[in-house]
Design a protein around this ligand. Structure first.
Ligand SMILES: Cc1cc2nc3c(=O)[nH]c(=O)nc-3n(C[C@H](O)[C@H](O)[C@H](O)COP(=O)(O)OP(=O)(O)OC[C@H]3O[C@@H](n4cnc5c(N)ncnc54)[C@H](O)[C@@H]3O)c2cc1C
Length: 368
């Protein structure tokens, strides 16, 4: 079968591009998204903290986040449920640890204010003697967002194939690509690499030089609490060691906040990781965990620069990178999808994005 564009990867990156690109063209005809797993968003995109923090990340990520938040808080196409809503982010710890995480736009909290927001820290005033808050942070509903993009894309005519792993690719003389997808063949003019932790592996299938992407493990759990935090409770990050928690229904999501190198795989929590995390949360706060509902590990995949990649491969034709979103895949998703759409439609990112950020997103000409 012959198509215009194949998007490889059915996580937030591939799906948000599928819906944005189809919207911009006025039709999804000729666009196919292929996902190796039998379910969409099986990997990192169903394993995140679902927080969008405008003060978190390097400068290009901050700009992409500032552009993504309004697109999710007030989407131009109606969504059946809210896609994003206010959810402040607090960093608390010693003055030195908190100062090392301060960026412009964050407000310092006095102790009394911190303990009003987070009464569970009040019993540990020596550890939590300083704090900052980002009032502009929002929470998203990752499941709803992924589903919203899927529906928008499919309604526009995008074909979405699951259980469809790309295993080989060959360039043809007319500039198209012949892809082996499961037992089938797809001929495509343009390929988008949105394969998350596998993006470097996919690039190699196309003869592109890997961008030295590094998947990094992060483990988290949803736990029940003896006393609910309340829906308006902020997300709290321990500045000294990076573990964090935020409210989730009548319990909390907790995470180590670690970044441990891993090969691309279906990562799983290590034995005792969640027990040790619960012990830490209970030691440093007055929270009492009464049960674990779900535990998981996901891979945040970063480029060496720490900045996501969105751009044409410097050596291989008709091969667009949309990868390396690290811990920012949701908070940058709409702006990244728009940038990739510009590249597919016009060959360049238009000036709604600063020239510095557009340049920082380009894949690097890495030698082998
Ligand atoms: C614990 C944790 C907390 C996080 N918290 C946040 C947060 O609060 N805010 C935020 O913005 N981000 C957060 N992130 C990061 C965010 O989840 C990721 O940046 C984002 O999900 C990456 O999306 P993706 O689509 O690039 O990758 P994925 O969701 O992994 O999708 C890539 C897809 O490509 C498919 N694929 C791979 N190879 C092939 C192939 N050969 N053929 C076909 N398909 C293929 C895979 O099966 C996979 O489904 C967090 C991550 C973790 C682990």
């Amino acid at each position: 079968m012959m198509v215009d564009t194949v998007i490889i990867g059915g996580g937030i990156a591939g799906l948000s591009l599928a819906s944005e690109f189809a919207d911009c063209r006025g039709s999804g005809e000729g666009i196919t998204l292929v996902e190796a797993e039998t379910a969409l968003a099986h990997h990192t995109s169903s394993r995140s903290a679902q927080q969008l923090i405008p003060s978190y990340g390097p400068e290009p990520v901050l700009e992409l986040t500032r552009l993504t938040i309004p697109a999710l808080v007030k989407p131009t196409r109606a969504a059946p449920v809210p896609l994003a809503w206010p959810s402040p982010f607090v960093v608390a710890g010693s003055p030195a640890d908190v100062a090392s995480m301060t960026v412009p736009g964050l407000r310092a909290l006095w102790s009394e204010e911190l303990f009003e927001y987070c009464p569970e820290l009040a019993g540990n005033p020596e550890r939590y003697s300083a704090a900052i808050i980002d009032d502009s942070a929002v929470r998203t509903n990752a499941t709803a967002l992924v589903e919203w993009h899927r529906q928008r894309a499919e309604q526009a005519g995008v074909r979405i194939l699951t259980g469809a792993k790309v295993t080989a690719a060959k360039p043809s003389d007319d500039g198209t690509w012949a892809l082996t997808v499961g037992d089938d063949q797809l001929i495509a003019h343009t390929v988008v690499n949105a394969a998350g932790a596998w993006a470097d592996h996919v690039a190699e299938l196309f003869g592109a030089v890997p961008q030295q992407l590094q998947p990094l493990r992060r483990t988290a759990a949803l736990v029940s609490l003896s006393e609910p935090l309340g829906a308006t409770h902020p997300m709290v990050d321990d500045a000294g060691s990076g573990w964090y928690y935020r409210p989730d229904e009548d319990g909390a999501m907790i995470s180590w906040g670690e970044a441990e190198p891993s090969p691309a795989c279906d990562a799983q929590p290590r034995p005792n990781a969640i027990d040790d995390l619960i012990a830490t949360v209970e030691r440093e706060t007055s929270l009492t965990v009464t049960g674990v509902r779900k535990a998981w590990t996901g891979l945040r995949t970063e480029a060496p620069s720490g900045v996501p990649i969105c751009g044409w491969d410097p050596q291989v034709s008709n091969f667009l990178w949309l990868a390396g979103q690290g811990g920012y895949g949701f908070q940058t998703s709409s702006a990244m999808a728009r940038a990739a759409t510009d590249l597919l439609v016009d060959g360049r990112i238009e000036d709604w994005l600063s020239a510095d950020t557009a340049a920082a997103l380009q894949p690097q000409p890495i030698s082998t």
